[in-house]
Write a protein that binds this ligand. Structure first.
Ligand SMILES: Cc1ncc(COP(=O)(O)O)c(C=O)c1O
Length: 417
């Protein structure tokens, strides 16, 4: 704390926030839990837990179909959650907010509907070398079937997108630019407005993977002018099993359905069917009702705290962590300096395997992620097979970063050089 005076003002606020998260009271291996694996999934505040409990205890029913009180209550809560999420990202209409199972399914939805209808041999889809597998593999699967070309923007040695070759990569052949907003390995915050402007010049549409941005900073889809935005509830204090695909209405209207079944139809005859209106056209079958309602509560919680505050808090933690980790002998951080990154730092420590590092830290009650974080190409790019990753959220403190540093020093002495 001494070395982090700028946060002193807000410590009381963070202490209060921590009280909202029951799991943070846990002891792991007789030590207080230090949870630094927020990029994988976030913890849940009491508000969200209560909303889930209340839904199942008092309102549980299927949505959009029953004409009885419980079904009407469940439908109202489910649709109210959609409205609040639309407001959270400043969508022009609730019709542009489709509930999916999460970021991965949202991207797959776009690939299988927009992609299958619009991509032909000779067309190009442009991604980046710092994508999560969920924004690489769906395009590779589709490419094998449709025969378009998949290209990527490379990454500079300091972990930024290499825009020097953008003019040759983004051309009138490019139909879609699909990129991550904040890299889950490098932490890089990509210049989405600049890239959207470049895509518009060649007539390409833009999909943004917001899995690591929407939970951590204000994201305004109209200001960014993106065509699609994908994100997950579980990374923003909400339940697992639900997420969102935002899409511009005109595009969604033109796209065929993704999955077929109940709820996504207006009329079914044995001779053929007609589709429901937006957003239901893309929500086949019984949705994750409780989870969507829980996601709405999570968005309320974050809105009450303020996304500007969340972002600023994480920026301060990241600056501090960057400085402290940089003092550890043999520690190599992947990605740019703190000025260009969100609240996560992936690193290697000498030749200690990240799994050993993570296991050693777990003895101290500290949870980090170790592995390739579902982003093998970017690890290849930096010549490492795996990394350790500490990722921060609104409830983390500088003291926890100090504990991480002590834990890493201990692990270094124990495990290697
Ligand atoms: C950048 C990024 N994209 C996509 C995903 C996939 O999210 P989900 O597993 O919730 O679908 C993640 C999850 O770690 C991520 O970090």
């Amino acid at each position: 704390m001494r070395q982090f005076p700028s946060l002193a003002m807000e410590v009381e606020g963070v202490d209060k926030i921590r009280q909202d998260f029951p799991i943070l009271q846990r002891q792991i291996n007789q030590k207080p839990l230090v949870y630094l694996d927020n990029a994988a999934t976030s913890q849940k505040p009491t508000l969200v837990l209560q909303v889930l409990d209340d839904y199942y205890r008092c309102h549980n029913a299927n949505v959009h179909r029953g004409v009885h009180t419980l079904s009407e209550e469940a439908t109202a809560s489910y649709e109210h959650a959609r409205l609040r999420i639309a407001r959270f990202i400043n969508a022009a209409s609730y019709k542009e907010v489709i509930f999916t199972r999460g970021t991965t399914e949202s991207i797959n939805l776009v690939a299988h509907t927009w992609g299958r209808t619009n991509l032909r041999p000779g067309d190009e889809v442009l991604i980046t070398a710092m994508e999560h597998h969920s924004n690489i593999v769906p395009w590779q699967i589709l490419q094998a079937q449709l025969g378009f070309t998949l290209r990527h923007i490379s990454v500079t040695p300091d972990g930024l997108l290499d825009l020097s070759e953008l003019d040759s990569l983004l051309t009138e052949r490019t139909k879609l630019l699909s990129l991550v907003h904040v890299s889950n390995v490098l932490g890089t915050i990509n210049p989405v407005p600049e890239l959207v402007a470049a895509a518009r010049r060649v007539g390409a549409i833009v999909l943004v993977d917001g899995a690591q941005s929407v939970p951590h900073m204000p994201v305004d889809v109209q200001a960014l002018d993106v065509d699609f935005l994908a994100f997950s509830s579980h990374k923003l204090c909400g339940p697992t099993g639900v997420g969102v695909l935002y899409g511009k209405r005109a595009l969604l209207e033109e796209m065929p359905p993704f999955l077929g079944g109940g709820d996504m139809i207006r009329e079914v005859k044995l001779s053929g069917s007609q589709w429901n209106t937006l957003p239901y056209k893309f929500e086949a079958g019984t949705p994750a009702i409780a989870q969507a309602i829980g996601m709405g509560a999570a968005v309320d919680y974050l809105t009450a705290i303020g996304m500007d505050w969340v972002h600023e808090h994480e920026q301060q933690l990241t600056r501090y962590a960057y400085e402290r980790l940089g003092q550890i002998a043999g520690l190599r951080m992947l990605g740019p300096g703190p000025e260009a990154r969100g609240g996560l730092i992936a690193f290697t420590l000498g030749d200690i395997h990240p799994h050993d590092l993570s296991a050693a830290l777990d003895h101290e009650g500290i949870a980090i992620r170790a592995g390739h974080h579902c982003a093998q190409p970017v690890h290849d790019h930096f010549g490492v097979v795996a990394s350790a990753r500490a990722s921060f959220y609104l409830y983390n403190t500088p003291d926890e970063i100090d504990q991480l540093v002590v834990g890493l020093e201990k692990a270094r002495k124990l495990l290697a050089f």
